[in-house]
Write a protein that binds this ligand. Sequence first.
Ligand code: FNR
Length: 186
Amino acid sequence: MAYNIEVVVGSLRRDSFNKHLGHALTKLASAEFKFSFLDIGTLPLYSQDYDGDFPDVARNLKRQIEAADGLLFVTPEYNRSMPGVLKNAIDWGSRPWGTNSWREKPAAVCGISLGATGTALAQQHLRNVLAYLDVPTLGQPEIFLKYAEGFFDANGDIANDDTRKFLQTFVERFEVWVKRHVQKGS
Ligand code: FNR
């Protein structure tokens, strides 16, 4: 039985640490979990004027979210909050009113940044928004990572053994969380 997870990376930067982290996390998952990365970079800026006629790119985004069994948010912190591109994608997925595509999708949040807070504030803001959107979000373990040279090895994996083991636990907890919320036929 496969579980399909959409990874939502809050950075559009080509060499984004969070994108690398997202890929490294997928490699720690069990074989029954399949991951795709949601494309949030081609969305226009959301305006309520679109609600009567959503563009294809936003319809596709909503379809992909609705088809997912779970969501993994991997985000940097911008000015002590989540980046605007992530909030923009969340707003698109939540509309038009009454068609919140994120609703009841089990989720987990994590992130890596250059600052000592390790995206803690971005994640708290994100959790607040997800709670409003009725997204059950894994509480523990919290993942606040500070990037430093050598964090990823040459294969893009987590270089430090302890950090990798901790992230392995996070992924395992996320898998249990998804399974608890998703009913799959046998
Ligand atoms: C940052 N950065 C940052 N870091 C942090 O720890 N707390 C913060 O509030 C901010 N604020 C912030 C604002 C803006 C506009 C930028 C561009 C950057 C630094 C950030 O951690 C760093 O750029 C990361 O590399 C961003 O993540 P990605 O793009 O590598 O995934």
